[in-house]
Design a protein around this ligand. Sequence first.
Ligand code: 13P
Length: 257
Amino acid sequence: MQPTRRPLIAGNWKMYKTIPEALEFVRAFKSLVVAATHCDILIAPPFTAIKAVADRVEGSNIAVGAQDVAAEAGPGAFTGEVSAAMIKDAGARYAIIGHSERRQYYGETDKSVNRKIRAADGEGLLPIVCVGEPLEDRDAGRAEEFVDRQLAEGLRNLTVEEAARIIIAYEPIWAIGTGRTATPETAGQMHAFIRSRIREMFGEKVAEDLRILYGGSVKPANIAALMNEADIDGALVGGASLEAETFGRLVNYKENR
Ligand code: 13P
């Protein structure tokens, strides 16, 4: 049976853009993707710009997400944290969880990833769960083993229903912001591995419907080849999502081949 996974092209703005800068992007970007019906489109601005961006894209084909979410449901005394309920209230529908930069610089662990998935899902936000190996593990032939552990711990004890609502982003750390994209074959192999593990954990239906995004130096020039891979269902884009014209070309990868 041919799976009917709808591609998702997502931009992770990281710590870029003030509110005026974000709105200027949206103004230019909206018209560039207005005719794009082949994929879902997502922008994840910094927390401060979520509400302004969400208001501005309302009724369009552009959705908004957060780059992180508190593990606690709250409300409560958790200084500096932003709850899933607050994120949803601001107009976001997705939450990126466990990005390698959060793991590397802010002590995010597979345990906290697991809690954050539940917190996001509990409020009806769609979790985009990031996994991906460092260069040492890739070079030592341990990439699958590394990602396997992240999946086993990060998705531990999720119900089949919860698992059916997540999205996974495979972002090899060595490809993020380096210009060194994984080849479509390398990425495609890891995506197939991830899907096979999800099949073992949650069954055939969840695995076949699961969207697995690739992230790491995705550009207008390489997106089409990546999207040709059977198990690549979209992209999580950093640098190339910051400029409306570039991200517009990326979203419209089908026409630009
Ligand atoms: P780049 O596209 O800048 O490599 O970043 C990828 C990423 O981390 C997206 O979450």
